[in-house]
Design a binder for this molecule. Sequence first.
Ligand code: AMP
Length: 305
Amino acid sequence: MSLLVVGSLGLDNVATPFDKVENALGGSATYISLAASYFSGPLYLVGVVGEDFPQKYITLLENHNIDLEGLQVVKGGKTFRWVGKYHYDLNVRDTLLTELNVFEKFDPIVPDKFKKAKFICLGNIDPALQLKVLDQMVDPQFVVGDTMNYWIEGRKDTLMELLKRVNVLIINDSEARLLAKEPNLIKAWKIIRSMGPEILIIKKGEHGALLFTDDIVFSAPAYPMEMIYDPTGAGDTFAGGFIGYLHKTQDLSAENMKRAVIYGSAMASFCVEKFSTQGLENLQYFRVHDRYREFRNLSRFDEKE
Ligand code: AMP
């Protein structure tokens, strides 16, 4: 069994109230695959970069056993670029620039070897590209999809097509409100359920995440952190940890989904501790597991008789 990840690979300029970086490794597929690499393989990536994409970033992905046969490098092309600035409240960020560059004409080709992957994570990119990838798969069994306001506002019809074919949708609270056109998140879940996904995960930044299925609602805390250095990629990292754990365990029960949400939250906490992907580059699985266990004490309490 293998896991296929598609999404953006990019160069990010990020400023927080504490520091800034330029040309840092970014992109949804980058964060998802790095996070998932701590769980199990084989891990396949489909994406595109330009010739300006530094070799050291390719090497980093390869060192995490991510199969890059599906990565196109466009001669003379420019890599996807994103520029973001965080406010003092790190839950709030402004996107200052999104340059699709090589993604504008990207025609994703899934290598034959990847086509039988059963677990698929459609990272945040144009939903038309997410659909193109899905169309090439032989028998996808578990599809996790992510999107953002940029596509909800700009590609709603295509996104609606995609949602019919996604098992789990992972979005943040403002995106859920925007997609459902409903301010209340419980009502928003019901509206999004009617669009297709049988499971919805709503990320709420430093306030944790909510998991909705037809039978349960599960509220996961976020790991309390004294220093959040750079929240970029936290959502994608969450998705990578979530699907990585489910792929490793091959158990799609509701109880295991809850564990996967906690593993996703644990991975996201490592991501935000450092700039760009640095927090995900040299982790050991035992540290991920230790943090996962720490979550149990965050909201466990005994009922008094
Ligand atoms: P997150 O903080 O989880 O929303 O993810 C941030 C990452 O998403 C950054 O590294 C960006 O390069 C990437 N990103 C931002 N906007 C887009 C977009 N419109 N399409 C694809 N990827 C994007």
